[in-house]
Design a protein around this ligand. Structure first.
Ligand code: UT7
Length: 329
């Protein structure tokens, strides 16, 4: 008998404040027109710590909604994985704090760092635990407050990112409604293309070389763009091939939301119709590890996907990390 992991509920969490592109025109040499045409982004959400908004509060919002959607009690969760590169504290982890806040007494919990691929990495790991029976119900969260890592004088990055969280509840199943397969990849040779160079033990804050500006996200955008398209397309093709499927066997596709031009190029190469995807980079910008579960949540709520549908998700991020997942909802 073969077991798997079924996604039975999803939820999202966002800060209240909506920041439009016009905000950046007030202090940077940029324009709403440039940002929209080069990225598709119109607005993003940014946390206000004065309102108690932070990584944990967003993750909590998303988790509570996902548990409600799944009709699962927190005490029945036995594994919590949080994909994030922007935890509020390194210790305890975001996952440990979520465990306490929701009251998931039985769960073991940990954070993982895979940048924008954090949710998909978490999904893949949880899938292994549920397949083997080492866990029965998992909560997988992708959450990011990338506003904390922005250099607000760098127009090449600060207009792109936003804060947000998405969560999914997974349950062990014997049915064919399950994660069919996941593929996760990394290549550290290209780590410098998207990184936060200072502020950790390589160049700690007390070191003479430390520069606050280098404690922010640095990105070689044009190089990342090309690799992102290639990686998401290849990861999608490879997972289909391995499962003897083609794009025609898939009902719905969700791509990491970094740039509408990247998404369009992936969709075109794979021969996907616009109605087969869900995109929201326009509203939220790039929320890194949160983009996939947030899209799944919105598409599910809008009735664009329903139980029984086959969904392909693909992601790409710093590290470099990337991957794909084939899911029968
Ligand atoms: O989440 C995972 C990783 N992230 C991504 O996948 C992001 C991938 N990269 C991208 O989305 C795009 O490369 C960007 C949106 C970052 C940049 O778009 P681009 O079309 O690749 O522009 P570019 O980097 O080649 O820059 C073209 C010009 C440059 O000016 P010069 O050197 O030609 O005078 C930039 O300085 O656009 C300039 N530029 C801007 N101009 C106005 C860069 N950012 C801005 C801006 N407003 N915000």
């Amino acid at each position: 008998m073969s077991y798997g992991a079924r996604i039975i509920g999803v939820g999202s969490g966002f800060p209240e404040t909506v920041v439009p592109n016009s905000y950046f025109e007030t202090f940077l040499e940029t324009s709403d027109e440039w940002i929209q045409t080069r990225t598709g982004i119109k607005t993003r959400r940014i946390c206000d710590p004065a309102k108690g908004e932070n990584t944990l509060s967003l993750a909590l919002q998303a988790s509570q909604k996902a548990l409600k959607h799944a009709n699962v009690k927190a005490e029945d969760i036995d594994l919590i994985i949080v994909g994030t590169v922007t935890p509020d504290t390194v210790m305890p982890t975001t996952a440990n704090q979520i465990q306490a806040l929701i009251g998931a007494k039985k769960a073991f919990s940990f954070d993982l760092q895979a940048a924008c691929s954090g949710f998909l990495y978490g999904l893949s790991i949880a899938d292994q635990y549920l397949q083997t029976g080492k866990a029965t119900r998992a909560l997988v969260i992708g959450v990011e407050t990338l506003s904390t890592l922005m250099d607000w004088s760098d127009r090449g990055t600060c207009v792109l990112f936003g804060d947000g969280a998405g969560a999914a509840v997974l349950e062990r199943t014997e049915t064919s409604n399950k994660i069919i397969s996941t593929k996760i990849y990394s290549d550290g040779n290209y780590g410098d293309l998207l990184c936060v160079p200072h502020g950790y033990s390589r160049v700690p804050p007390w070191s003479p070389e430390f520069s606050p500006k280098m404690n922010k996200i640095k990105m070689k955008g044009a190089e990342i763009f090309k690799i992102a398209v290639r990686s998401m397309v290849e990861a999608s093709q490879e997972i289909l091939r391995e499962n003897n499927m083609t794009a025609k066997d898939v009902d719905f596709f969700i791509f990491h939301q970094a740039n509408m031009r990247i998404i369009d190029m992936c969709a075109k190469t794979l021969g996907i119709e616009p109605h087969q995807t869900w995109n929201n980079v326009e509203k939220y910008g790039n929320t890194s590890a949160a983009t996939l579960p947030v899209c799944l949540d919105e598409a599910w709520q809008a009735g664009k996907v329903k139980p029984g549908d086959t969904i392909l998700m693909a992601t790409f991020g710093g590290g470099l990390t990337w991957g794909s997942a084939l899911v029968r909802l």
